[in-house]
Design a protein around this ligand. Sequence first.
Ligand SMILES: [Zn+2]
Length: 346
Amino acid sequence: MYKPVGTLILVITHFYAFGQDSLQFVLENAKRPSVENFYIKIDDDQGHSSSIPISVIKGKENGPVFSIISGVHGFEYSSIMASHELLQELNPELLSGTIIIVLLSNPDSFYGRSPFVNPQDQLNLNRVFPGSKTGSATERIAHYITTEIIARSDIFIDMHGGDASEDLLSFIGFYNNKGQQEQTEKIKKLAEVTGFKYIVSWPYNLQKDQPAKYAFKQAVQDGKIALIIEAGKLGNVQKEAVNMIKNAIYNMLAELKIYKVEKKVNTDFINMNKQTYIKSEHTGIFFSDYAAGDSIMKGDRIGLIKNEFGELMNEIKAPNSGIILYKIGTPPVNVGETIMCIVHNQ
Ligand SMILES: [Zn+2]
């Protein structure tokens, strides 16, 4: 775990409840250095209301805006606890710039212990970007993040992990946007200093007028330096994952010369730029002796699906050799779901 260099100063925290303009108000009016904590209230037309906790850390010196959002999925606790700890640790005296932390992007999913979706409208926040100002509860949160957080960010980090049912190998991810070489190079460079052993990249072919669906893809579409952190699994708080996430954030801040901290970089990283998704053709009970992080060879029998009576419905064989990036880690499986994602180098 990183300890910031220097002495901790006393910061005065105010609680704002000014509605949707308060982020701009804080950014423009809070003194340097300071930490401001406040809630943004987002109401829809169905009587739902979300109170989103946001912190703005204004550094001693001026500089870029580095935004971290966590809790887009409210059951991905390692990333949520990492942002919680970062807020306690970060010292504005050591900061040149501004850090915005959205501590819970989807608070009803967190407090409702709801994996994947916001219980208010059953939508997955990470499928509705850029969102809508007049839409349902989740769409309005996405709209707020797009127009208020992403729009004001130079760097945007979306933090996730394995949800309640997901066994996951921790990694840092980015879009390999060949149409924007300069932006992509900056993003790749940041990914390589995070300390994560596995760097996953996806091809990017999104047009400007297409919905990005995902928060950090929205930020890429909007020209930002944007990455996704995935750490922790099966809806648990894993101390190792929390520390890995915090280390990645400190390393990126150090690389960008925004924060006075020493980098703890692992240069022994592995690039994974090809993904194979295995979808289930059945609804049933999933059995597998494999775990995320295991290496597999093409043709290996990686799992079985049985019905409730124990009768075999499907035997799943690996279509490619590679490493299991994530897989279903609990018994239920539904038709059409991704059972497993295998990554490898092209
Ligand atoms: Zn997630």
